[in-house]
Design a protein around this ligand. Structure first.
Ligand code: AMP
Length: 395
């Protein structure tokens, strides 16, 4: 696996695919610069070697060249984060971009306009990728968030750098974290899967059963399992057509020696609302007209014990409807348990859109070992898929 440290960038131009798909407010100001900060170590390494950087990214989902999606809006934010002046090319390919890239001196940075202003980017067009390849000597992929897409800048462009391509520090860290959990994890290995539906996590569950010792199932997924086992789930979210699959997962888990932990009690509500009436009830005895929206106190105690005896922990998906304060306690309690286990030496990886949002919202970001930067890419990795953006560097 080639990383930045395998190259000396002195007098070289690095063409770096970053993920600067950051949120902007109505005044086009960056409201969360996490992704820019995440790319900083890679950029600094190139500059400190005495090289220059050509940065390329997408922003949003533009239809053609739309000013509101221009990366020019984030130039000053990047300058603030890096403490270095950033030049800008108003198109990511063509004469202007080539001239500005060629004129870069060691220590200088050029940001290219939004890659998705060209439809060829998402099409993975080869000649578009070739045009991009003219802008650098060494290709660096540091965008985990788009590594599951075979786009021109994430995958195809690597073909033009057969010997001179590598992972950036961020992408390398993502790959190592997943490996640390799914391949070299110190036992016992625990996965906590929550979120809304069994159907969206089924491939993940099937792939990780061979690699873990414990599986906590929480969130809305719970009720498909509980109903399949003969419980009464009231009006809780439930995928009846996935009940057989749920039973099959339980059987597979037993055969593989994986211990499954389902909630034993839930916080049930008489409406899907923060102001609903609530009661704690047995997960198998939810009255009609009530729906389980969070894990109950007995479950949280059991989960806390499992988390704290684990040495490797993967967390994907909240334990309840954490967006509503009334149903956020389970997710917060789980975060606290994982933070505590981490403090005591466990390795914890949080990945997948909603659990990352929860971890940030409730302040656990610095209390777990690693928070992944890619939602879809993380999920596909956990499903056991080889991501095209990663394969392109390894080839
Ligand atoms: P996912 O994207 O699959 O990780 O699902 C995350 C969503 O699942 C969040 O928006 C939660 O509000 C939702 N969720 C978690 N627990 C429940 C539940 N018991 N009932 C309905 N939705 C839930």
């Amino acid at each position: 696996m080639k990383t930045l440290n395998d190259f000396n960038f002195e007098n070289k131009r690095a063409l770096i695919r970053v993920d600067f798909n950051v949120p902007l407010n109505d005044n086009f100001e960056v409201t969360d610069n996490t992704r820019i900060i995440s790319a900083k170590p890679t950029i600094i390494k190139v500059l400190e070697d005495g090289g220059s950087c050509v940065l390329m990214s997408h922003l949003g989902r533009p239809k053609g060249a739309q000013d509101e999606f221009s990366l020019k809006h984030i130039v000053s934010e990047i300058e603030d984060v890096l403490g270095v002046e950033v030049k800008f090319a108003s198109d990511c390919v063509g004469q202007e971009a080539e001239d500005k890239a060629n004129a870069l001196q060691p220590g200088e940075i050029l940001l290219l306009e939004n890659l998705r202003f060209h439809k060829e980017e998402e099409q993975g067009d080869r000649s578009f990728a070739e045009k991009l390849s003219k802008l650098g000597d060494i290709y660096v992929n540091d965008a985990f968030g788009t590594a599951h897409r075979a786009h021109a800048s994430t995958t195809i462009v690597a073909q033009f750098f057969p010997e001179a391509k590598c992972f950036g520090h961020l992408l390398a860290k993502e790959i190592e974290s997943i490996k640390k959990v799914l391949e070299d994890g110190e036992k016992p290995v625990l996965a906590v899967l929550g979120g809304a539906k069994v159907s969206s996590k089924i491939t993940v569950i099937e792939n990780i059963l061979d690699k873990i010792d414990h599986l906590i199932i929480g969130g809305g997924m719970t009720f498909t399992f509980i109903k399949a086992l003969g419980g009464k789930v009231g009006d809780s979210i439930c995928e009846d057509d996935k009940m057989e699959l749920a039973l099959d997962i339980l059987k597979q888990a037993e055969a593989k020696g994986v211990k499954i932990h389902l909630p034993v009690d839930v916080v049930a509500a008489d409406a899907f609302s923060n102001n609903a009436n609530t009661q704690v009830c047995d997960v198998r005895q939810i009255p009609d007209g009530w729906q389980g929206l969070d894990a109950g106190p007995k479950s949280l105690k059991i989960f806390d014990a499992v988390v704290n005896e684990s040495k490797t922990i993967l967390w994907n998906g909240p334990l309840g409807v954490f967006e509503m304060k009334t149903f956020s306690k389970g997710t917060i309690a789980l975060g606290n348990s994982i933070a505590n286990a981490t403090k005591n030496g466990a390795f914890s990886l949080v990945g997948g859109g909603d659990s990352v949002a929860a971890v940030k919202e409730f302040g656990f970001e610095d209390k777990v070992s690693y928070v992944s930067t890619g939602g879809g890419a993380m999920l596909e990795s956990l499903e056991g898929k080889t991501l095209p953006g990663i394969a392109a560097i390894l080839e």
